[in-house]
Write a protein that binds this ligand. Sequence first.
Ligand SMILES: *[C@@H]1O[C@H](CO)[C@@H](O)[C@H](O)[C@H]1NC(C)=O
Length: 478
Amino acid sequence: MWRQLLDNGREALGTHWPHSLLVPAAAVGLGGALLCWRLHGKKVKTLELGEGWWGPGDRPHLLSEDTSIRPFIIEASEADIEDLHERLDRTRFFSPLEDSRFHYGFNSTQLKRVVSYWRNEFDWKKQVKILNRYPHYKTTIEGLEVHFIHVKPPQLSSRQKVRPVLMVHGWPGSVYEFYHIIPLLTDPGKHGLDPNVVFEVICPSIPGYGFSEASHKKGFTAFAAARIFYKLMLRLGFKEFYLQGGDWGSRITTLLSQMKPESVKGLHLNFLVLPFGGLRRLKSLIIGRYAPWLVGLTREDARRIYPYMEKNVFAILLESGYLHIQATKPDTVGSALNDSPAGLAAYILEKFSSWTNTEFRNLEDGGLNRKFSLDDLLTNVMIYWITGSIASSMRFYKENFPRNYNSTPDTKIGVYVPTGIAAFPCELVHSPQVWAKEKFRNIVTYTFMPHGGHFAAFEEPEILARDIQNFVLKVEKL
Ligand SMILES: *[C@@H]1O[C@H](CO)[C@@H](O)[C@H](O)[C@H]1NC(C)=O
């Protein structure tokens, strides 16, 4: 075959080169072509944006999509509060298990305290006022009412540069996770942060979560969410912006970066999903146990990933039962949670306990008030409760874990936008930079955060905000 190619080439060139020259010439040509293909490939290898429509019934005619952006105000309805109180009053608690702490899931003695606070002290109307402190909006995209908050810096001098950042929450969170970090980003000078790195913040609710309408059709994946949020940013007039995310927000913003790298100035993540890594990863793990530096692992990486079975395999088995349920039969458990506020609080707040620090499972109260106020935690639960969105939020797992999870199109291309990674020590899985580099080809900052877990924005707004600022400064000096 080579012979024939060479002959064809010679004919095409129309010259009669001696054989001895032709072979090296062809090799150079082939090499050049390969190089070209690689460089070219790097530039244009993006994820397809695709398209979708998720409303009920048949898709209406294309021209009819309403692109208006409508202000939205959350209301605390008396009927909702009454219904909630009735249900809380009728909660059926079960008999205690001695010394169980949080080892069997949310401790029901502690749940009694939470329910009592919720029923007698928690003031939903007051929390709704707090929720409405930032401007909320809705707009229709791909047949769904998409909810978001959009917060601009309070006072702007004309010389001040404002950077738009899209921040995406995860499960079982909501836009409320960002309420404490927003002022640090929109008005950093007032809070002791670098006054020169100012953001305007856009936090959408993932469709099916809180105030964003759930898909009526099967197949609503993180790809669809990424595309919808991209359309949202375009609709708001942003051609270039920063992205930030943890949990599902990390996956969604990463996919957006792969779809529209030209629009993404930088991607900041506090959670990573890395592909399995195969034999190379295994080798790195085995060698790294004894000589981390040989495989590019730092001492801190080693401290966070070893003993590997204990810290990764067993730890994940102990914490991922929910994932298997939600990725297979979300509507079954959804039926119970959507009907019982106490059950919903147990299910959601258990995650805020153990994902903040797995050691909290050893505490009688799950350590919940060590990092969060009950008002904040219950406000997040209320967002799921009043919107009846727990089942649809869990379906997102089913839609995103097809059989070929490890070979979805995004795994075949890297992420080339400038990326910042904040690695929190209590995150469930640690992703060393050397592994992250295989997927994220342009890591600009990688920070071992001193404390904090999975709900970084909610738990550690200040150090997260500083890391985001630091990342953006580095990106802008590139
Ligand atoms: C909750 O944990 C405490 C402390 O371990 C234990 O005494 C109690 O029985 C537990 N409650 C339930 C309902 O199991």
